[in-house]
Design a protein around this ligand. Structure first.
Ligand SMILES: Cc1ncc(COP(=O)(O)O)c(C=O)c1O
Length: 389
């Protein structure tokens, strides 16, 4: 990578990221290239975003056609892609209505507002607390940091939004203990992604859902990372056999363009009235046109079955590697526990050797495009295997 770019980046871009030494310029499906035409296999999909990989032809066509017609007009007017996407999301997920945002954090902010407003309408001002889980991650805004159950995110930016308490994941007694009369909602990730690819137990999740019904609490499921076929179902809540009041989506829905969505069951679909929530960019026609393509493919039975099969194939291959202690996750959301080596060091070596891979806490993490080919999987795993040896 040319020295000049690194210098320019360091000079002009706020230093909030530790970047790998690669300037990526183009890609096709799960293979991309840097400025010297070096090839990389992509096990990251831009952190769970490029569900259809790089440059999917149908997605490119839809986005380019929409960009050449109408890129934005604001939520003051109707647009076709926005309505088409909302209708498709309702049809495929069983939700009643949708609110479009621009990111996961923003979708979660909206979900928190909805839960509190619903409770306010019925119970008044003093029922505002939201139980979230320890080790969760819900975003980087001041409120979603407050909702995140990790101490390391609760520094520097005081005062944080009040009204979040944290219960132990998979410990229903702890949830019940925290569930005082001031609680209005419970917010969970079904597989804690940034927390290290930690799946919740089905029994725990079912108990949480039942508690929400019993106490009239809003159940918010953050599917920003697990949603849109990532685990082999359109929504991961299908694996858990639950029907949350609110589901938040982002990442994989956009395939690279910024979009977030709040899926609202009829229990909450009319909580927010005109003027009570909004966004300038949310639901913009270009992002929505692309997302329609993503959704049309991702909800197909054979597409979903392929995700499950590829996930299983990857898992079995990983388990043959001497250094791999275990594999967590579901579908193409994969956490790799290593016996002796440090995930951050391995990830760096992978990039140097032509493989983009993520970490989550002490694990290596894979979130490849859902369309990754077996050939690309094999190439990537060969690189990983050599490095681990
Ligand atoms: C579960 C979950 N929620 C929320 C977010 C925040 O999403 P965004 O970065 O789009 O704001 C993330 C991002 O990693 C996430 O994994």
């Amino acid at each position: 990578m040319s020295f000049d770019y690194i210098e320019q980046d360091k000079k002009h871009i706020a230093g909030t990221y530790g970047r790998y030494n690669a300037l990526i310029t183009s890609g096709k499906n799960a293979t991309c290239y840097d400025d010297s035409n070096k090839e990389y296999i992509d096990f990251t999909s831009g952190i769970g975003v490029n569900s259809l990989g790089f440059a999917d032809e149908d997605w490119v066509k839809a986005v380019a056609e929409q960009a050449s017609k109408l890129q934005h007009i604001s939520n003051l007017y109707y647009t076709k892609p926005n309505i088409e996407l909302a209708a498709l999301l309702c049809e495929k997920t069983g939700c009643d209505k949708v609110f479009f945002a621009n990111s996961g954090a923003e979708a979660n902010e909206g979900a928190i507002k909805i839960a509190r407003k619903k409770s306010y309408d019925k119970y008044g001002k003093n029922r505002t607390t939201i139980i979230s889980l320890k080790n969760s991650f819900h975003g980087r805004t001041v409120t979603t940091l407050a909702a995140t159950g990790q101490d390391s995110f609760h520094d520097f930016f005081f005062p944080f939004t009040e009204g979040f308490v944290f219960a132990e994941a998979n410990n229903f007694d702890d949830v019940k203990e925290k569930c005082e009369d001031t609680v209005c909602a419970i917010m969970i990730e079904l597989i804690q992604g940034e927390g290290g690819v930690m799946p919740l137990e089905k029994e725990f999740v079912k108990q949480v859902e039942a508690l929400c019904q019993e106490k009239d609490l809003t159940l918010i499921v953050d599917e920003v990372q697990t949603g849109i076929a990532r685990t082999g179902k359109l929504l991961t809540s299908e694996w858990f056999d639950i029907s949350p009041d609110v589901t938040t989506l982002a990442k994989g829905l956009g395939n690279g363009l910024p979009i977030g969505a709040i899926l609202l069951k009829e229990t909450v679909s009319s909580v927010l009235e005109q003027g009570q929530h909004g966004t300038t960019f949310g639901g913009n026609p270009i992002a929505c046109s692309g997302a329609v393509q993503v959704l049309q493919k991702a909800c197909k039975k054979d597409f979903l079955a392929n995700v499950v099969e590829k996930g299983e194939y990857i898992k079995q291959k990983l388990l043959t590697m001497e250094e791999v202690e275990g594999v967590d996750g579901k579908g193409l959301m994969v956490g790799i526990r290593l016996k002796t080596k440090k995930s951050a060091e391995i990830a760096k070596l992978c990039v140097e050797n032509g493989l983009l891979i993520l970490t989550a806490k002490h694990k290596l993490r894979m979130l490849p495009p859902l369309t990754i080919s077996y050939d690309e999987i094999d190439k990537g795993l060969n690189i990983l295997s050599k490095i681990l040896d």
